[in-house]
Each structure stands twice: as structure tokens, then as C-alpha cells.
Write a protein that binds this ligand. Sequence first.
Ligand SMILES: [Zn+2]
Ligand SMILES: [Zn+2]
Length: 160
Amino acid sequence: MQIQAAVLYTPNTPFILETLTLDDPRAGEVRVKIAACGVCHSDYHLVTGTTRHPLPVVCGHEGAGVVEAVGEGVTRIQPGDHVILNWAPACGDCWYCRHDKPNLCATFTDPIWAGVMLDGTTRLHLPNGDLVYAYCGLASFADHVVVPEQSCIPIAAMSR
Ligand SMILES: [Zn+2]
Ligand SMILES: [Zn+2]
């Protein structure tokens, strides 16, 4: 699908609002329509270059919204769920997760900081096909996102 997202191409330049292609959720992934998104100093660190990150990138790591679609094998989340997006997802099965340190999850740490999904690819593309990285696996400076199931925390339905 086509989405609107704020893309950072180079540190110390403005975000550019772009129409991007967002691929469908793959196995273990969820598509969320963003309802609200925080703007945090951690995002600003990418803008200033203080945090080095693959570029171009869609920032945003404090989103919430409504699930629209789920990929194969997703069982904990379903379309219609209202969710908060977690920038530090945990697999529940690695050494750290099994020793009560999900914040250090070995499964997610590397791909999250590389701006890609667990399979090493990204769901975001520019009109010319070039890939765009996703900050914290979320890229919530956008109207829709595709994220790992583990990044979704269900909440009570929000009133509108
Ligand atoms: Zn933050
Ligand atoms: Zn883990």
C-alpha cells in the first residue's frame, strides 16, 4: 500500500514528507494504522547525527494505533486490536529473555539498530524502489507501519 511518511535523508536537513510503498506484513508481522505518535529527543538524535543510523530512515518510536492486518503465524494480535508500539520488543526465548532481561533481547537488538525487520529486510520503499530504514523497527512518523508482533502491546480500545 501507499503511505505518507516523514523521511530523514541526511542529518541536519528537514524531514521530507514522502509517499512510500509499505509492503504487506510478512510472517510474524503486523500492520497498524497510526492514531498518535510521540516526538522524542531520541528521534532528534538521528536528525542531528548524534545517533548514527542507516539512511534514509523513517523516525518515530512512540506510536499507537489500530491493527489492520496480520501476517502468517501471528496469534497474539488480530485486526481491530488497539495497540501501543514498543521500541524494545523481546522474543521471550533468548538467553536474556529467559533470564528476566527482555530489555537486552538478543533476537531484536541487532535488527532494531540496523533499521530492519528480523529477516534483515525493510518494508518501506521510495517510489524508485530504494529501501528506507525503520527506526526501532517501528517508523511511526507515518500513517501506517508494519512492525514485529512482539512490538505490539494490546490496550483497551480508545474512544474517538
Ligand atoms: Zn523516545
Ligand atoms: Zn529475547
